[in-house]
Design a protein around this ligand. Structure first.
Ligand code: GLN
Length: 475
C-alpha cells in the first residue's frame, strides 16, 4: 500500500470495500513519512500510537471514516503540542480540540501529525519557522510557500492524503500553488475559528489541502457550519458540496481581472494561467475582462490591518499562561520583556511593532482607520465584479517557488508574494488554488497555481468551477 496517487475519495472506496483498513492506512502514512519527510521536513510532530488507536475504533461508515488528516501547528488538538512554530509556545500542550477538529472527528477523520509553518502564520515561505526548514517536494533548494508550507508539502509529497491550513492573506492558496496541490480558503465565517491560534481575527480562515477538488469538497463539508463558540461563524445552511461538483461551467461567466496580470510577473506563470483560461472557454464558460481597481492598495492595506490585529492578539503570550517563560526575572517588566524578547522571532516582532504603531494614538486615524476604509473599497470592487460574473480567474502567485534564503533579507519582497491572494481575505470571499501545469526553471518542473475566487458563501460554485478544470486536465 502506497499513498502515491491515493485520494480521499479512492481511500474511502477501498475502506468501504474492505480492501483497506484504517490501521493499514495509518501504517502507510507512517511509511511515507519515514521515507520522505527527512528530505522534506513538513512535519513537526506526530504520534503514530495515538493515530493507530483512533484508527482501530473509527466508524468507517462516516463520511471521512478512517481518513488521516495532517494539522497545521496553529490549530489546537487536545493533548498535542501546538507550537505555532514559535519558541514562545515550547512546552504548551493543547487542553482542548478546535471546533474543526471536533467536526473532523465526528466525520470519522483521524487528526494525525502536526505540520510546519511560518511562526504564528506570518510569512510566505515557512522560513520564519523557529523549528525547521521545509523544502519544496519538487526541488529541495526551494521553499514550499507559506505560511502553511508544511501542510502543502506533506500533501504534495504524498505524505498525507489531506491537511488543514490557515489563510489570513494567502497562506493556504499560495503554498498549494507552489507545491502543486489543491488549497482552499473558505469565505470568512464559513468555518469556525475556535481553537485556531489567532493571527488577524478579521481575516483568518481554516481550510483544506488535498490532491483533488473532489477531496477538498469532502473535507470542507465536514468542517463547515455555524459554531456557537465563534460568533463570527455564520448561521447559514451548509449545502451538499459534492452534489453540484460535476455540474460544469457551461453558461457561467468568468471574469479575468486585468489588475492580476501585472508587469514583472513570471512569463511561464502567465502562460499556464492563460492556457487554463482557454480551457474554461472550451468548456463553455464565457470569459470577460473585469477590473478590480483598488487591487494596488491590497498589500499595503493588509499589512496595516493584519499587523494591528496581530499586535493585539499576540499580547496574550506573556509567559504567565502559556509555554515558555524567562528564568529568574527581576520584576514583572523584566519578565514580560525577556519572555517575549526571547520567545518571538524577528518577523513576529516586526509585525507587533508595526501593529502597535498603526494603532497608537495620533496615528490611528491616519493608518488604521484609513486602512479600514480602503478595505471597504476593495470589498466593493469584488461586489461590483460579481454582479457581472460568477467567478474570477487569476494566477495564485506571480512567481513559482523561489529559492530558500532568496527573499529573507527583504521583507517587502516576501510580502509581495501574496499580491494576488490578500484581497480575497480583505473582502471575506472564498478562493481556491488548483494546479494548472508546470514552469520549467533550472531544469526543474515547478508547479503553477490557478486561483479561482467566488462571492462569499458561494463555495459550492467555487468547487464546481475548480472541478470543471480538474476533470478536463485529468481526462
Ligand atoms: N504571507 C502573509 C503574511 O505573512 C499571509 C500569511 C497568512 O495567510 N497567514 O502575513
Amino acid at each position: 500500500m502506497t499513498l502515491e496517487g491515493l485520494t480521499i475519495a479512492k481511500a474511502r472506496r477501498l475502506i468501504q470495500a474492505g480492501e483497506l483498513s484504517p490501521v493499514q492506512l495509518v501504517d502507510a502514512v507512517q511509511a511515507a513519512i519515514e521515507r520522505t519527510d527527512p528530505a522534506v521536513g513538513g512535519y513537526l510532530s506526530r504520534d503514530y500510537q495515538r493515530a493507530r488507536a483512533l484508527a482501530e475504533k473509527t466508524d468507517i461508515t462516516l463520511p471521512l471514516g478512517g481518513i488521516p488528516v495532517a494539522i497545521k501547528d496553529v490549530i489546537n488538538v487536545e493533548g498535542e503540542p501546538c507550537t505555532c512554530a514559535s519558541q514562545i509556545l515550547q512546552g504548551y500542550v493543547a487542553p482542548y480540540d478546535a471546533t474543526v477538529i471536533t467536526k473532523l472527528r465526528a466525520a470519522g477523520a483521524i487528526p494525525f501529525g502536526r505540520t510546519n509553518m511560518d511562526e504564528f502564520a506570518m510569512g510566505s515561505s515557512t522560513e520564519n519557522s523557529s523549528i525547521q526548514i521545509t523544502r519544496n517536494p519538487r526541488d529541495p533548494e526551494r521553499i514550499p510557500g507559506g505560511s502553511s508550507g508544511g501542510s502543502a508539502a506533506v500533501v504534495a509529497a504524498d505524505e498525507a492524503l489531506a491537511s488543514l491550513g490557515s489563510d489570513t492573506g494567502g497562506s493556504i492558496r499560495q503554498p498549494a500553488a507552489l507545491c502543486g496541490c489543491v488549497g482552499m480558503k473558505p469565505s470568512y465565517g464559513r468555518v469556525s475559528r475556535y481553537g485556531l491560534v489567532a493571527f488577524a481575527s478579521s481575516l483568518d480562515q481554516i481550510g483544506p489541502f488535498t490532491h483533488t477538488v473532489e477531496d477538498a469538497a469532502l473535507v470542507l463539508q465536514a468542517m463547515a457550519g455555524h459554531d456557537p463558540l465563534d460568533s463570527t461563524s455564520l448561521d447559514l445552511p451548509v449545502p451538499d458540496y459534492s452534489a453540484t461538483l460535476n455540474d460544469g461551467v457551461k453558461g457561467l461567466k468568468l471574469g479575468v481581472p486585468k489588475e492580476y496580470f501585472i508587469e514583472g510577473m513570471d512569463s511561464q506563470v502567465e502562460a499556464r494561467v492563460r492556457a487554463a483560461i482557454e480551457v474554461y472557454r472550451g468548456l463553455g464558460a464565457e470569459i470577460v475582462e473585469v477590473s478590480l481597481p483598488h487591487t494596488k492598495y491590497a498589500v499595503a492595506d493588509y499589512y496595516i490591518i493584519a499587523t494591528a490585529e496581530a499586535s493585539a492578539n499576540l499580547a496574550r503570550f506573556d509567559g504567565v499562561r502559556y509555554g515558555k517563560r524567562a528564568s529568574a526575572p527581576r520584576d514583572l517588566a523584566d519578565h514580560y520583556g525577556r519572555t517575549r524578547g526571547e520567545g518571538f522571532g524577528k518577523e513576529v516582532k516586526r509585525r507587533i511593532i508595526l501593529g502597535t504603531y498603526v494603532l497608537s494614538s495620533g496615528y490611528y486615524d491616519a493608518y488604521y482607520l484609513r486602512a479600514q476604509k480602503v478595505r471597504t473599497l476593495i470589498r466593493r470592487d469584488f461586489e461590483e465584479a460579481f454582479q457581472k460574473v460568477d467567478g474570477l480567474l487569476s494566477p495564485t502567485s506571480p512567481v513559482p517557488a523561489f529559492k530558500i534564503g532568496e527573499r529573507m533579507a527583504d521583507p517587502l519582497q516576501m510580502y509581495l508574494a501574496d499580491i494576488f491572494t490578500i484581497a480575497a481575505n480583505l473582502a471575506g470571499i472564498c478562493g481556491i488554488s488548483i494546479p494548472c501545469g508546470d514552469a520549467e526553471v533550472d531544469g526543474k518542473k515547478l508547479p503553477v497555481g490557478l486561483q479561482i475566487m467566488a462571492p462569499a458563501f458561494a463555495e459550492a460554485r467555487l468547487l464546481r468551477m475548480a472541478r470543471a478544470y480538474e476533470t478536463a486536465r485529468l481526462a
